[in-house]
Design a protein around this ligand. Sequence first.
Ligand code: HEM
Ligand code: HEM
Length: 138
Amino acid sequence: MKHLHSTLAVVLLIALIIAIVITLVNYAGNKAYNRKIALIGLISAHLQLVIGAVLYFTSPLGLSSFSGENMKNSLSRLYFLEHPLMMIIAIVLITMGYSKAKKIADAKKANQTVLIFYILGLIFILSRIPWSTWSILN
Ligand code: HEM
Ligand code: HEM
């Protein structure tokens, strides 16, 4: 599960960056909104949410380390509180962006909506990845 979550994190980051770049190009060039590319980002995010939720209840770094004492430890707090909370908010933002854009007929506005929500989501994700302990990097 941890390996899957770690690999999917890379897939999600790449999917979001590709979706943002292609949507930006379409936005700047007044081209049609590409729903397929935004959908790949959405599916990666939802998959990661499910795997993350499983990890939260099974990993020793998840819910089982939730305590007042661990609250004082910044790495521990990142894992049991800040990481899950911010990632859920980020995924809600991405879902809102995709969902809103789906209902917008005007291509410029649809592209703009996905850009705003996906970029915000990506910033939230980047802010709470456990960079210093991520198994792929360390
Ligand atoms: C806890 C688990 C999940 C929650 C709470 C969740 C929530 C949502 C919500 C609220 C939407 C509506 C977006 C809209 O208005 O279009 C949605 C759409 C979608 N989700 Fe999830 N999802 C979850 C898991 C998954 C998983 C595991 C997958 C697939 C791997 C997935 C794939 C999709 C797809 C394909 C759509 C629809 C896209 C479309 O409307 O074209 N979701 N999800
Ligand atoms: C945007 C979505 C997410 C991304 C990009 C992400 C990314 C990561 C990364 C890179 C790690 C480090 C894994 C390693 O060291 O190999 C990790 C660990 C973890 N994540 Fe997430 N995550 C996301 C969402 C979530 C969610 C929604 C939850 C819980 C509800 C969650 C719970 C956890 C837990 C408990 C760990 C620690 C696992 C362990 O080392 O035992 N993640 N995550």
